[in-house]
Design a protein around this ligand. Structure first.
Ligand SMILES: Cc1cc2nc3c(=O)[nH]c(=O)nc-3n(C[C@H](O)[C@H](O)[C@H](O)COP(=O)(O)OP(=O)(O)OC[C@H]3O[C@@H](n4cnc5c(N)ncnc54)[C@H](O)[C@@H]3O)c2cc1C
Length: 390
């Protein structure tokens, strides 16, 4: 085959992906933009808005039709998160956590019964599911979990607690996947198993966390397990697979956090460019000052780099090729990029950039979580270092 006839690189999105971008952006502008600031101010999770996001198909995007998902490719999902994040980090968090952390583990590792039982409602947005990995004394060191589950006949008894769990304590919460220590392996390391725990199980308490700096209208919870008895059928997939399931989930989750960085950077950039063209000082628009124009030029260039990195990682995932290194790179780069762009955006807005009336202030705050959630920037650098052979 001649080189000329081989399609080696193709940067075009499919018609379907283009359509998703357009439709989700339209939804974000019409339904989210008018209330995002108010929800942020009131620290209010909106059930109504979440259901609307479900109605337009933003949950279960990569889940097959068999479980009433939207059966789309991973890049389509990432584009949707990106477009929501251009307008509001909190709603993007509800979508990203709902899909990658809530639906993902059940879809990829659950038994047939579990998938049939939970996925249809989670894919319609009628229900949300949490991902309970982080504990008060085990964050970056996810292998340091202290929550335990002990077998008692056909049941397991869970004791311990989790912290900072997204979508785990709101009206729509249908349950949470919980990683617990279930034994010690022959090599002396802990054996971890994941359990599906539902609200109402005696001894299980989910408490919403308030006073967050960012993602103020997303739902975050502390979870307490006091002798919570769960049937063995609530083990996610197989006993002993818990740690592997959690790490695999985080690989995909990192792409969605990266998408929030990419979309958030685009949103902050759009606002900064518009403002720079409108605001006049010394008799001309401030965009004409090189100091301002270069900030915008750097932002535009970095957003382009970030999008290429992110979409390549998604492409690898779509092809079932290894993508964990690229996912860590995309998460790290897009998160930190949004920090630089949001910082420029506030600077370009001057004093007005510090006021709540202008959205760049919210973007500036929302960004900080991206350096921390689903593996801090330091952890991403550790992951990448390992992949490059350090
Ligand atoms: C709003 C919000 C939502 C979240 N949602 C979820 C969720 O749905 N599910 C869930 O399980 N978790 C969730 N998290 C938890 C999040 O993933 C953790 O906060 C994160 O992994 C960091 O853990 P930590 O906060 O305990 O920080 P720590 O691990 O204590 O880290 C503190 C600092 O030390 C650094 N550090 C730690 N170890 C090393 C090392 N070996 N080398 C260099 N530096 C190191 C870190 O990078 C960081 O800068 C959420 C957090 C927030 C704030």
């Amino acid at each position: 085959m001649g080189f000329g006839r081989r399609k080696v690189l193709d940067f075009n999105l499919t018609k379907e992906q283009e359509m998703i971008r357009k439709e989700v952006w339209k939804f974000a502008i019409n339904e989210i933009a008018p209330i995002a600031s108010d929800l942020d101010e009131k620290e209010e999770f909106s059930v109504e808005l979440t259901k609307k996001m479900g109605e337009i198909g933003l949950f279960g995007m990569f889940v097959s039709e068999k479980y009433e998902g939207q059966a789309m490719d991973y890049l389509s999902y990432i584009i949707a998160v990106e477009e929501i994040a251009r307008v509001d980090g909190s709603q993007a968090a509800t979508i990203a956590a709902g899909n990658s952390l809530g639906i993902g583990p059940i879809y990829y590792f659950g038994t047939e019964e579990q998938k049939k039982k939970y996925l249809p409602k989670l894919c319609s947005g009628e229900g949300l599911w949490g991902f309970g990995l982080t504990e008060p004394t085990a964050g970056s060191d996810a292998g340091g979990s202290k929550t335990t589950a002990v077998q008692d006949g056909d049941d397991w008894i869970i004791n311990g607690s989790k912290i900072f769990i997204t979508n785990a304590a709101c009206e729509l919460t249908m349950g949470v996947t919980v990683q617990a220590v279930t034994d010690t392996r022959p090599d002396g390391k802990n054996e971890y198993t994941c359990f599906l725990v539902e609200p109402g199980m005696p001894g299980f308490k989910a408490v919403p966390m308030h006073k967050k700096m960012m993602w103020r209208s997303s739902n975050t919870a502390e979870l307490y397990f006091d002798n919570v008895r769960v049937p063995k059928d609530n083990i996610l997939g197989n006993r002993g697979d818990g740690f592997h399931q959690m790490l695999k989930t985080l690989d995909g989750g990192r792409l969605s956090i990266g998408a929030m960085g990419l979309g958030g950077a685009q949103g902050a950039f759009d606002a900064a460019l518009k403002y720079a063209k409108e605001r006049e000082q010394f008799g001309q628009p401030i965009s004409k000052f090189q100091a301002i124009a270069f900030k915008l030029a750097d932002s535009a260039m970095e957003i382009e780099c970030a999008r290429n990195l992110m979409y390549k990682a998604c492409w690898l995932r779509n092809q079932n090729l290894p993508f964990a290194k690229e996912a860590a790179m995309a998460k790290l780069y897009c998160s930190e990029l949004m920090g630089r762009v949001a910082n420029h955006a506030v600077q370009i807005h001057g004093g007005y950039g510090l006021m709540k009336e202008y959205n760049v202030e919210r973007f500036y705050r929302d960004q900080k979580l991206l350096d921390i959630g689903e593996g801090t920037s330091e952890v991403q650098r550790m992951v990448i270092s390992r992949y490059i052979g350090c």
